[in-house]
Ligand binder design. Structure first.
Ligand code: GLU
Length: 310
């Protein structure tokens, strides 16, 4: 898979806050895998969702990557500037008859479910046209009665039957914003990404992305889903869980912790090594076969939410 093409990897953060331990792990994993394979490594800012973003976070993330020596090739791509490309993909799907307008509200979809689920399966209400008197809110892509499978480099064989597990999914949201699933597929193809190395929280999104790649005629990259850093409550580190920013002063120690998290070999005298040398060492010794297979791992305590003072 993809071995004939030059390796092109990427890190695609959403600027919802500063880089925390979980995003450092994703950045480092994709960087080391790319550099170990003599590949290019790109950074794409997934700034598609202004209500969730923090002003200044994009620059802060780039600054931290640079401070760690995680240098990217090619200019950073900003999704906020690529609406025309997403529109073109929607038009292509519309023309080929896979896209439709949907009038349903979240509440209507949730109310129609038998079981309780935070991600209800869309029942296809608007698939054959809007019900009388209703106006279009979102745009959905059709899924079909077939299994979509792929071989994750780390997690092994993964498959989903989208019509049973997800349903037709949103590509343009009711608030007019483009959905992550659409933008990521358009941009991975536009940037000719051959290898996607990212957190396992996105494993469930991958079959939807492969479905879109197939409909749009894009190649399927290789996927490697790393363990996601969680706190003691098993919650993913992030803005919602108040994950602290990576401390600027302790970069070498943070890098060692991230390498340990990924179960990578370490030089014998880590205390005596400086940051650039450690990174060079880590590129040379990157070992996919040592990566932990579990989908979540607890982050070192210092990188979780600081204890609140009573
Ligand atoms: N922007 C997504 C995130 O920060 C990652 C997208 C991806 O790697 O495909 O969770």
């Amino acid at each position: 898979m993809n071995d004939a093409q030059p390796y092109r990897g990427r890190f695609a953060p959403s600027p919802t806050g500063p880089l925390h331990f979980g995003s450092l792990v994703a950045a480092l994993g994709s960087y080391l895998d790319a550099r170990h394979h003599h590949g290019s490594w790109l950074v794409r800012m997934e700034d598609l969702d202004p209500p969730r973003e923090i002003p200044g976070a994009a620059d802060q993330i780039l600054h931290t990557l640079e401070a760690f020596g995680l240098e990217w090739d090619e200019p950073v791509q900003y999704q906020s500037r690529r609406s025309a490309c997403y529109e073109a993909a929607l038009a292509q799907l519309q023309q080929s008859g896979h896209l439709y307008d949907c009038a349903c509200t979240r509440k209507e979809i949730a109310d129609g479910q038998t079981g309780s689920s935070s991600n209800p399966v869309y029942p296809g209400t608007c698939r054959n046209g809007l019900p009388p008197g209703r106006t279009a809110r979102a745009m959905r892509v059709q899924v079909y009665d077939r299994t979509i499978g792929f071989q994750d480099v780390l997690q092994g064989a993964i498959s989903q039957q989208l019509n049973r597990d997800v349903g037709d999914f949103v590509l343009r949201r009711a608030d007019g914003l483009y959905a992550y699933q659409l933008a990521v597929v358009v941009d991975d193809a536009a940037q000719r990404i051959t290898h996607v190395v990212r957190g396992s929280d996105l494993l469930d999104s991958t079959p939807r992305q492969i479905h879109l790649q197939q409909l749009l005629g894009h190649p399927e990259p290789a996927y490697l889903h790393l363990p996601v850093a969680v706190n003691a409550q098993q919650e993913k580190l992030g803005k919602q869980t108040f994950a602290p920013a990576i401390p600027e002063q302790r970069k070498t120690a943070s890098l060692v912790q991230a390498l340990r998290f990924l179960n990578q070999p370490l030089p014998i005298l880590t205390a005596a090594i400086d940051l650039p040398d450690l990174l060079t060492w880590a590129i040379a010794h990157w070992d996919r076969s040592a990566l932990p297979v579990q989908r979540t791992r607890t982050a070192p305590t210092g990188f979780q939410r600081e204890a609140t003072v009573p």
